[in-house]
Design a protein around this ligand. Structure first.
Ligand SMILES: Nc1ncnc2c1ncn2[C@@H]1O[C@H](COP(=O)(O)OP(=O)(O)O)[C@@H](O)[C@H]1O
Ligand SMILES: [Mg+2]
Length: 258
């Protein structure tokens, strides 16, 4: 279970990709206020984006990669009434219940390959992890990496695990290769073999059970072809477990360039 906080104020949209995340002030019910980058369940991409954010974000954190802390953000759609912007108003109105919050890294900068050097060991861990989850959204054009206090942080895992859009083909889709030639960290000589040796053994059934348990039932309920949320959780784990063992043999790095 993710810890949960309640939205008290919509601050501002963070327009970048298409998912229309927004900065939201929250209350944890014990008097502590926080600020979270929030992705809404009513956004166009749908709730699978949120499921991917939770599974991949929690998995990355458990593997020791830096991802801002994730929480569930409870939203009363009434909050939308105060919004002057029609699009935001509509988004909030259609996102009652739980949404996904990511701790806001105040002062973080977007990753600039000309201004930041990543060592091959760290680049290897990130590339290997992205191969595991089949993340297509970490290219040099759109790195989805932040630099905060001198370290890189991973954000935006909503476009990974493409196989969850077509479950009957998930086993074959998840066995496919990963093309990292466009990856933002491809130019840093990523040591993928070392990353695989270190991280693959950590991706166990138990770990996958833990990270998939963090997805709220409400985002898994009613998935066609499944007998409830736990069966969907299992399908995510079944796709990732074998991929962790061998994906390092199927990563293409050639052709990368700053
Ligand atoms: N945790 C965070 N802390 C600070 N800024 C963030 C954080 N998460 C996202 N952002 C900013 O918001 C932008 C959009 O977030 P992102 O998760 O990439 O959503 P999308 O690309 O789907 O719109 C990012 O490029 C970044 O500038
Ligand atoms: Mg993004």
């Amino acid at each position: 279970m993710l810890s949960e906080v309640t939205a008290v104020r919509y601050v501002t949209p963070l327009r970048e990709g298409g998912s229309l995340p927004g900065l939201v002030e929250t209350d944890d019910g014990r008097g502590a206020y926080g600020t979270y980058v929030t992705k809404f369940s009513g956004a166009g991409q749908g709730r699978k984006t949120l499921v991917a954010e939770v599974i991949c974000g929690q998995l990355a954190r458990r593997l020791g990669l830096r991802v801002p802390r994730l929480v569930g953000v409870g939203l009363d759609p009434v909050l939308g009434l105060a919004e002057p912007d029609q699009e935001v108003q509509q988004l909030l109105k259609s996102s009652g219940g739980l949404n996904l919050g990511m701790e806001y890294l105040s002062g973080a900068l977007g990753f600039d390959p000309l201004a930041f050097v990543v060592d091959p060991a760290e680049a290897g861990r990130v590339v290997w992890f992205d191969a595991l989850i089949n993340n297509v959204d970490r290219s040099w054009r759109n790195p989805n990496l932040l630099v905060w206090h001198g370290d890189i942080w991973l954000i935006d895992h909503g476009a990974s695990m493409i196989w969850h859009h077509n479950w009957p083909t998930a086993q074959t889709a998840s066995a496919r290769a990963y093309d990292a030639s466009d990856h933002a960290l491809a130019p840093y000589g990523p040591d993928v073999a070392a990353a695989a040796a270190e991280l693959a053994p950590l991706v166990t059934k138990e770990l996958l059970a833990e990270v998939t348990a963090d997805v709220p039932d409400a985002w898994l309920d009613g998935e066609p072809g499944f007998d409830g949320p736990d069966a969907v959780r299992q399908a995510y784990a079944d796709a990732l477990l074998p991929r962790a063992e061998s994906i390092h043999e199927r990563i293409t790095l050639e052709g990368g360039g700053k």
